[in-house]
Design a protein around this ligand. Structure first.
Ligand code: NAP
Ligand code: HSE
Length: 427
């Protein structure tokens, strides 16, 4: 057999759950190909877990396990740390301590990166190393490196996509197979798609972290998470599905970041998309990101948005980048990230559903829309059950703030308007 490069690169994997196991499996199964690609032997020297006594169906030698991060920090033979634990603490401390020990970091943890990218990037810069985040967004889809390198000739105008696998899986199954929300969420958890607390998925936090990271890469702007409108899928009901289906819409949780003159319009919310829209046919755990550049026009990246091996694929690609980075400084885009104003200037029609005792809420909606120089373009009303009427209206284009004001006033002024639910139509 041909002699391959003998230089050894020591790796530590923090976390051996869905992502960590995928990384381990790929590094073992492809060790020879990876050695050929890098000229180095990639050797996992340590695996950090929470519970050393847990039964695991993965064959990792006993002696590699530790629950003590100090062992990893102090090991000079480890030059790359893969963080696949999730959460903010202690992930943030372990990432910064690894960087301070001059180890490259590869992470799949979008939450810690979206909340602390400034401090983490500063620690990396101060120590002459890098943090690689391909697996933080879109699971197995290459999107971070394309934004940093392949689209470098462009001014990016917008980034929009389906960036949470769990919710896309849930919406797809609810719509195509009429499955119940709870049942499909459980499936997504069993497949390892969901976060350890799935609230992050279904309430849109995970997508918020991802769109913030995409915006940071695309526009070199730091997104203040608290200023972004975020809404998940927990209020989506069968009646909304029926309306969307009849009207020719697909339903997707969409994250968008659009460059505007005075800032960035960033949001995460369920959207009714015309069926011919490129994102409308992205189903199940698949994710897709549409990027609009001034030179290239529109490009779409799509693929599995979560799961062990797809995410492992993105992590291992970053490990290879980290190996190359050790010899080629300047590989990564070094432009400083600036603060940005979040604006709300992108208007769209809204679907508004009122569930109450009568159609009276609809009259209030007409008035509230009139105050905003808007109108109802289409409406339907049906008897949902005895004593309960559902009114569904489609409005003329509104800003997010106008919609929020109308929903707020409907709830406040008309308790008998019952529940009010609104979905944006189109991106
Ligand atoms: P997971 O299955 O819950 O695994 C987490 C792993 O981290 C477990 O092995 C756990 O140890 C270990 N861990 C947790 N806290 C720890 C601590 N304080 N000290 C030491 N070890 C600790 O999580 P996952 O789904 O792999 O996700 C990991 C990260 O990747 C998250 O940030 C997630 O958002 C991100 N991500 C996930 C996916 C996906 O498809 N799941 C895709 C892309 C990105 P024990 O095994 O001992 O409990
Ligand atoms: N929970 C995340 C999702 C994992 O469902 O998209 C991938 O980041």
């Amino acid at each position: 057999m041909e002699e391959l490069g003998s230089k050894e690169i020591g790796i530590a994997i923090l976390g051996l759950g869905t992502v960590g196991s995928g990384v381990w499996d790929i590094l073992q199964q492809k060790s020879r190909q990876l050695q050929e690609k890098t000229g180095c032997k990639l050797k996992v020297r340590r695996v950090l877990v929470n519970d050393l006594n847990k039964q695991r169906n993965i064959l990792v030698p006993e002696e590699l396990f530790t629950d003590d991060f100090e062992v990893i920090r102090q090991d000079d033979g480890i030059s790359i740390v893969v963080e696949a634990m999730g959460g903010v603490n202690p992930a943030y401390e372990y990432i910064t301590a690894s960087l301070q020990a001059k180890k490259q970091v590869v992470t799949a943890n979008k939450e810690v990166m979206a909340k602390h990218s400034q401090e983490i990037s500063a620690a990396a810069k101060a120590n002459g190393v890098h943090v690689f985040i391909e697996a933080c967004v879109g699971g197995g889809i290459p999107i971070i490196q394309p934004l940093e390198e392949c689209l470098a000739a462009n001014d990016i105008l917008s980034v929009a996509g389906i960036i949470n696998g769990t919710t896309n899986y849930i919406l797809t199954k609810m719509i195509q197979e009429k499955s119940s929300f709870g049942e499909v969420l459980r499936e997504a958890q069993e497949f390892g798609y969901a976060e350890s607390d799935p609230t992050a998925d279904i309430e849109g936090y995970d997508a918020l972290y991802k769109i913030a990271l995409l915006a940071e890469k695309a526009f070199k702007k730091r997104v203040p998470l608290h200023s972004v409108y975020r809404e998940g899928i927990t209020h989506f009901r069968e009646v909304d599905r029926c309306f969307a289906e009849e009207a020719g819409y697909a339903v997707k949780l969409i994250g968008t970041a659009i460059r505007k003159e005075d800032g960035l319009d960033v949001r995460v919310q369920p959207v009714f998309l015309p069926r011919e829209h490129a994102l409308a046919s992205i189903h199940g755990v698949k994710n897709a990101v549409l990027v609009k550049g001034d030179a290239v026009g529109e490009v779409m990246f799509s693929g599995p948005g979560a799961g062990s091996l797809p995410t492992g694929s993105a992590v291992v690609a970053d490990i290879l980048r980290a190996v190359k980075q050790q010899d080629m400084s300047g590989l990564i885009d070094q432009k400083a990230i600036e603060d940005v104003q979040i604006v709300d200037s992108h208007r769209a029609p809204y679907y508004i559903r009122l569930t109450g005792e009568s159609t009276a809420g609809l009259m209030v909606l007409y008035e509230l829309l009139k105050e905003q120089q808007a109108s109802v373009c289409r409406f339907e009303s049906l008897q949902a059950e005895p004593g309960k009427r559902q009114c569904m209206a489609v409005t003329s284009p509104l800003s997010e703030k106008q919609k929020q004001r109308i929903v707020h006033d409907l709830k406040k002024e008309r308790a008998d308007a019952g529940t009010v639910y609104a979905v944006r139509i189109g991106i």
